[in-house]
Design a protein. Structure first.
Length: 340
């Protein structure tokens, strides 16, 4: 496998980025003679699950996708995908090994491209950030505005659930992701931005809304509006195990904004961690937020990438800007949500 430094040297002298190298996969020595673009096509087949979907995503003909796949299989000396009628394709064991190596090479190529962009700029021309879906309306615009400052950078914001974020990170669809440290799969060197304690979201007319802080025991007697996202819903419900009683779920939704609307309409209360920042998606005047009396473990807001210890300057600055933003609103690396 080529190192990042070797790839930079090679690519600097060959703008077509042709690969002529010996790649060892288990006990097979495979001589590759493919363009990085074609490796990307093969990786996209695996990502999308079909040749037709890969062609649409890459905006090229299916024949070009098939040509890249045929070349890869000839070079590999093995079939990379099993084609299942009406069910798309599935990587073979040989295909999985090929894809693992191809993705590492594509990551090195992406790093090279972005290194070239960073020579004269504080940020790349196109900034690609993934975030946990609710964050897109709650604080990401404010964070990105502060990071970009004077502009001149195109922002591409990818909003999704945790499994999607990890997939985008793995396939280099994004430069970094902003999410909670809940669940498995995050890089070990993910940078902590802030600790975000859970708090209660209440209708302003409820008796609990008049209290400076509320307990899970009192909340468990009320109907629950649940943010029903993977990993999130399990985390929120598990909090009530401390009180020894889980509330009855009256309303489930995968949308943060729908949670707020349901509480404002009187469906019940909710438990959330994040709240709007700055001018981003302000709350209705029919709802209020209150801290919890219980001292609960607080999830962390993190920024993760695949650069390891060689993080580019723009990502280090992005992390610093995020930490300063949350420090300003009272959520430093250790803290509690204040009453509003």
């Amino acid at each position: 496998m080529l190192s990042s430094s070797t790839l930079r040297q090679y690519a600097a002298g060959n703008k077509t980025y042709k690969i002529h190298y010996l790649m060892r996969i288990n006990t097979w020595n495979v001589t590759m003679n493919m363009a990085l673009r074609q490796l990307h096509y093969v990786a996209t087949i695996a990502e999308t699950g079909s040749i037709a979907a890969a062609a649409r995503k890459c905006r090229i003909s299916q024949s070009s996708i098939l040509l890249a796949l045929d070349l890869a299989e000839i070079e590999m000396g093995a079939r990379l995908f099993e084609r299942r009628p009406s069910r798309g394709v599935q990587a073979t064991p040989a295909g999985e090994r090929f894809l693992a190596s191809a993705r590492r090479l594509l990551a090195a190529e992406a790093e090279f491209e972005r290194t070239m962009e960073r020579h004269s700029q504080d940020a790349p021309a196109v900034l690609r950030i993934g975030c946990f879906e609710p964050f897109g309306a709650l604080f990401m615009p404010e964070l990105l505005r502060r990071f970009i400052e004077k502009g001149g950078v195109e922002v591409q914001l990818f909003e999704g659930e945790q499994p999607q974020l990890l997939k985008w990170l793995e396939t280099n669809a994004v430069d970094a992701i902003v999410t909670y440290d809940i669940g498995a799969g995050l890089p070990e060197d993910a940078a902590v931005v802030a600790r975000v304690p859970a708090h209660a979201l209440l209708h302003v007319d409820t008796s609990l809304a008049k209290q400076p802080a509320v307990s899970l025991t009192d909340l468990a007697r009320l109907p629950f509006v649940l943010l029903d996202l993977p990993q999130t819903s399990a985390y929120l419900l598990t909090l009530f195990d401390i009180a020894g009683q889980r509330p009855k779920v009256a309303f489930r939704t995968r949308s943060y904004d729908s949670v707020r609307s349901a509480v404002a309409c009187g469906f019940g209360f909710s438990i959330l961690n994040m709240r709007p920042v700055g001018k981003c998606s302000p709350d209705s005047d029919q709802i209020t937020r209150r801290p919890l009396i219980e001292d609960l473990p607080a999830p962390q807001l993190v920024i993760a990438d695949r650069y390891g210890s060689a993080k580019p300057p723009f990502l280090r600055r992005f992390t610093n800007v995020a930490q300063m933003l949350f420090k300003e609103i009272g959520l430093p690396l250790a803290g509690r949500l204040g009453t509003q």
